[in-house]
Design a protein around this ligand. Structure first.
Ligand SMILES: Cc1cc2nc3c(=O)[nH]c(=O)nc-3n(C[C@H](O)[C@H](O)[C@H](O)COP(=O)(O)OP(=O)(O)OC[C@H]3O[C@@H](n4cnc5c(N)ncnc54)[C@H](O)[C@@H]3O)c2cc1C
Length: 477
C-alpha cells in the first residue's frame, strides 16, 4: 500500500487530493494536512472585501468531502519534512499533539507566506494597510473600507490606494479586481465623487500583471493589455502610477522608489497593498538531523523542482523548457510541489533594477487555475507511479492556457468583467515569435456584462466541483 501525503488544501493541494482519492483512495493511504478545516474559494474574497459576499459563501468543510473521496484529513500545521526518512511532522490543530505522517510520495502545496515584514509598516497586523489575501484580512479590509464610506457620507473626500506593497510583489490581477469593484461599489452608493482612487504598482506598464502583459484579439483588432486596462482606468476615473517599488508605509504615507531611482511618497486614507510572497517555511531535516533545506527549497522558501534555475532573464525568455514540466524535486524524486509553493525559474515580466540597486520586478503569478492544473498533473503522475512505476503527464507554464476573469463590479445587471484568455501563460518567444510570445489565435480579451455572469458561474461551478460532487472531473481546473 502506497502512502501519499499532501500538505495544503488550496487550489493545488485540494485538486490533487480529489484526483488521488478518486484513483487510489480505496487501496492506498492518501492524507491531506491543512491548517484550516475549510477549503476557501479565494477569488471571491474580492467581493468579501467590499461587503458584497459573506466569507461563509466562499468556503466549505473539507472533512466530509475527503470522507467521500477516501482521503484522510488532518487539520494541523506541517512543521518539518524528513525527506531521507520519508515522514512529515504535523502539529494537530485540535489538541496540539505532534503527529508523524509517513509517506512514499509527498506533495507540498502550501501556497504563499504573506511576507508583510519585508515592507516596513505594511499589513493589517503590525502595519497600516489592508490586504485581501486571507479571509480575516478580507473582512478587516471590508470594515476599513466601510469606515471610509461613513466619512464619505458625511461629505469628506478620501483617497483610496490599491496595488502592490513590495517591489517584487505579484498578484496584481487581484488588486486590479479590488480597485474596479470598489469603483463600481462607490458608483452604486452615489459616493464616487467623494473618493480619489489610485492604482500604485510595481508593474513595468499598466496591464502587465506580472505576465509580461498581453497582446490579444479584442473585437477583431490586436490590442495590448496596457491599452485595454488604461482605457478601463480612464473610463472609471482611476488614477494610475506604475514602476513604483513600495518600501515603507506609515499612518499617512506610502513610500516608494521608482524605476529611475527617485524616491517619493503618496498619501492615503485607505490602502490595500499586496505583500511580497515567500514560500511557507518548513524545516527540512536529513538523516542525521542535519538541515537539508538547500536540497528542497530556494532562499525564498519555494520548492525546487525540475526547472532550470539561475538563467539570466534574456536566456530564460528564449528557453521555454526552463519552466518545469513535472514539478518534481531533483534531489528527492518522491517530493513534488504545486501551485504557489513551487519555485519558478525566474520572472515572466522584464526585470528592472534601479540606479540605487532596488529590483522592481513583478514576481510570476501562479493563479488559481494554474495551481489547479499543476495539482492535477502532479496527482496523475503520483497515480502513475503507484500503478505503473512511471510518469506520463507533464505541462509547463509555457504550454498552459489560462483564463483570467477580472470582475469589475459583481452585479449581474450592470456589473462587468475583463476576460483575458492567454495561451501560453508564460510567453514562448520561440514558438510564437511575436511581440507577446503567445498564440494570437487563442489569446483573446473581452469586456462586458457576460464576464460578470461568467465570474459568478465560475464561483458556483468551482464550489460544486471542489466538493467532489457528481461529474466533478468534467469541470476543468
Ligand atoms: C483575493 C484574491 C483573488 C484572487 N482571484 C483569482 C482569480 O480570480 N483567478 C485565479 O486564477 N486566481 C486568483 N487568485 C490567486 C489564487 O487564489 C491563488 O493562485 C491560489 O489560491 C494558489 O493556490 P495554492 O493551492 O498554491 O495556495 P493556497 O490557495 O494559498 O493554499 C495553500 C493551503 O496550504 C495551507 N498551508 C500552508 N502552510 C501549511 C502548513 N505548514 N501546514 C498545513 N497547511 C498549510 C494553507 O492554509 C492553504 O489552505 C486570487 C488571489 C486572491 C488573494
Amino acid at each position: 500500500m502506497a502512502k501519499v501525503v499532501v500538505i495544503g488544501a488550496g487550489f493545488a493541494g485540494h485538486t490533487a487530493a480529489l484526483y488521488l482519492g478518486d484513483a487510489l483512495g480505496k487501496e492506498h493511504e492518501i492524507t491531506v494536512v491543512n491548517r484550516y478545516e475549510h477549503f476557501y474559494y479565494v477569488p471571491s474574497w474580492v467581493w468579501v472585501g467590499i461587503g458584497r459576499m459573506p466569507v461563509e459563501k466562499t468556503r466549505f468543510r473539507l472533512k466530509p468531502v475527503y470522507d467521500k473521496m477516501h482521503v484522510r484529513f488532518v487539520q494541523g500545521k506541517a512543521t518539518e519534512v524528513h525527506p531521507d526518512d520519508r515522514y512529515v511532522v504535523v502539529e494537530s490543530a485540535n489538541d496540539g499533539q505532534v503527529i508523524k505522517l509517513d509517506y512514499d510520495y509527498l506533495l507540498i502545496a502550501t501556497g504563499p507566506k504573506l511576507n508583510f515584514a519585508a515592507t516596513e509598516g505594511l499589513g493589517p497586523h503590525e502595519g497600516f494597510t489592508q490586504s485581501i489575501c486571507t479571509a480575516p484580512h478580507a473582512e478587516a479590509s471590508r470594515d476599513a473600507y466601510f469606515a471610509q464610506l461613513e466619512r464619505m457620507k458625511k461629505g469628506e473626500k478620501v483617497k483610496l490606494v490599491i496595488g502592490t506593497g513590495h517591489p517584487g510583489a505579484t498578484c496584481q490581477g487581484t488588486a486590479f479586481e479590488y480597485i474596479t469593484n470598489i469603483h463600481k461599489d462607490l458608483v452604486r452608493r452615489g459616493l464616487r465623487d467623494k473618493a480619489e482612487l489610485l492604482w500604485l504598482s510595481n508593474e513595468q506598464n499598466v496591464g502587465d500583471f506580472g505576465v509580461h502583459g498581453v497582446v490579444a484579439n479584442y473585437q477583431g483588432e490586436m490590442v495590448s493589455s496596457e491599452a485595454f486596462i488604461t482605457a478601463v482606468f480612464k473610463e472609471y476615473g482611476i488614477n494610475y502610477e506604475v514602476q513604483k517599488g513600495v518600501y515603507k508605509v506609515d499612518a499617512e504615507n506610502i513610500y516608494w522608489e521608482d524605476f529611475t531611482g527617485n524616491r517619493g511618497q503618496t498619501n492615503y486614507d485607505f490602502a490595500m497593498l499586496i505583500p511580497q510572497f515567500k514560500g511557507i517555511q518548513l524545516k527540512y531535516v536529513g538523516k542525521d538531523g542535519q538541515d537539508v533545506s538547500e536540497r528542497v527549497v530556494n532562499a525564498a522558501g519555494f520548492v525546487l523542482v525540475d526547472g532550470i534555475y539561475g538563467l539570466p532573464y534574456d536566456r530564460l525568455k528564449m528557453n521555454p523548457t526552463a519552466w518545469p514540466e513535472l514539478y518534481q524535486n531533483p534531489y528527492y524524486d518522491n517530493i513534488f510541489a504545486a501551485g504557489i509553493a513551487f519555485a519558478p525559474p525566474g520572472p515572466i515580466s522584464e526585470p528592472h533594477t534601479t540606479p540605487n540597486g532596488m529590483s522592481i520586478t513583478a514576481a510570476p503569478p501562479r493563479t488559481g487555475m494554474v495551481s489547479g492544473i499543476i495539482g492535477r498533473i502532479v496527482a496523475k503522475n503520483i497515480i502513475d507511479l503507484v500503478e505503473k512505476g512511471r510518469m506520463t503527464h507533464s505541462e509547463r507554464m509555457t504550454e498552459m492556457a489560462a483564463a483570467c476573469i477580472a470582475s469589475m463590479g459583481d452585479s449581474l445587471w450592470d456589473g462587468s468583467a475583463a476576460t483575458i484568455m492567454i495561451y501560453p501563460v508564460v510567453p514562448d518567444f520561440r514558438r510564437y515569435p511575436n511581440e507577446s510570445g503567445r498564440d494570437m489565435f487563442v489569446t483573446h480579451m473581452e469586456m462586458g456584462l457576460g464576464g460578470a455572469w461568467m465570474k459568478r458561474m465560475i464561483h458556483s461551478t468551482f464550489m460544486y466541483k471542489l466538493q467532489g460532487r457528481l461529474g466533478w472531473k468534467i469541470v476543468p481546473e
